[in-house]
Design a protein around this ligand. Structure first.
Ligand SMILES: O=C(O)c1ccccc1N[C@@H]1O[C@H](COP(=O)(O)O)[C@@H](O)[C@H]1O
Length: 211
């Protein structure tokens, strides 16, 4: 089965179209005001309408309240939600409330951090292993930070999983080979500056992850 690929933090029609044309299985829309990739609802509606049924729209949130989730789902016609810095009980509540496929990020730097994945069994549909961003960072992701892929060696995953954190066209094939990931997620690795996606980098990433 081909590896699935999520291109996250898209905010223009041209870069969204590049992700779709290049074969992305998922596209990510960020709803977190401090992020350089944060989307207004006006922009979201136009982008969401460009996405064909074969591609899943994933909304990315940081411990969101119900009002934000409800509005983003309606405007962005979301197929899935991706939750960062959200307690397992709240993940479960949002999964129940929305009825959507629910991803929960597990930020990892050491093997001990993997323990957080266990508490998500029954609460989420998918774990997203992401790198821990630096202490005190406003963003929980989207900073191009990579984790030690060897930390996933021999791990028994409690749920289907994906990986992200510092991936780019130069390292994604090795990340897939090394970890056995079947779904990879990228944001800053396909940008020319924070929040500015690059169509050529998106194409190169999608080619490299399909190899
Ligand atoms: O990208 C963001 O701005 C962002 C904001 C809030 C939560 C998550 C965010 N991004 C996610 O971070 C990972 C890894 O990003 P990168 O490839 O290392 O830049 C990815 O899952 C994004 O969805």
């Amino acid at each position: 089965m081909p590896v699935q690929t999520k291109i996250c933090g898209l905010s223009t029609a041209a870069t969204l179209d590049a992700a779709i044309a290049g074969g992305a299985s998922h596209v990510g829309f960020v709803f977190f005001a401090p992020s350089p990739r944060n989307l207004s609802f006006d922009l979201t509606a136009g982008l969401a309408a460009r996405v064909p049924p074969r591609v899943a729209r994933v909304g990315v949130f940081v411990d969101p309240d119900d009002a934000l989730i409800d509005a983003a789902i309606a405007v962005g016609r979301l197929d899935a939600i991706q939750l960062h810095r959200t307690a397992p009980a709240r993940v479960a509540a949002l999964r129940g409330r929305t009825g959507l496929e629910t991803w929960a990020a597990v930020p990892i730097k050491t093997r001990a951090d993997l323990g957080a994945a266990r508490s998500l069994a029954g609460a989420a549909d998918r774990i997203l292993y992401d790198a821990k961003t630096p202490e005190g960072a406003t963003l929980p992701g989207g900073m191009g930070v990579r984790f030690d892929w060897a930390l996933l060696d021999g791990v028994s995953h409690p749920l289907p999983w994906a990986m992200s954190g510092g991936l780019d066209s130069a390292n994604v094939a090795e990340a897939i080979r090394r970890t056995g990931a079947t779904l990879v997620d990228v944001s800053s690795g396909v940008e020319s500056a924070p929040g500015v996606k690059d169509v050529d980098k998106i194409a190169a990433f999608l080619q490299a992850s399909a190899r």
